[in-house]
Design a binder for this molecule. Structure first.
Ligand SMILES: [Cu+2]
Length: 72
């Protein structure tokens, strides 16, 4: 899991903007970027400003969040 902070949620397009730390499985440094979500219900569990842990994968050329949970 990688850590991040929710910056924006777009339920219509099923996308989330995360300010994330290093994502080791994708060899990516920290940055703010937009991800698709695998399951739109993931977006119902978080709100802007939440700190989250998430798993991201490349699927059909897009970066997709496949799991996400808030952390205290
Ligand atoms: Cu990134």
């Amino acid at each position: 899991m990688s850590s991040g902070e929710v910056k924006k949620i777009d339920k219509e397009t099923q996308k989330i903007t995360l300010k994330h730390g290093e994502i080791k499985n994708m060899d990516m440094p920290g940055m703010t970027m937009v991800f698709k979500v695998l399951d739109p219900s993931l977006l119902d569990k978080v709100k802007v400003g939440d700190k989250v842990k998430f798993k991201a994968e490349k699927r059909n050329g897009a970066l997709v969040v496949t799991a996400m949970e808030t952390v205290q």
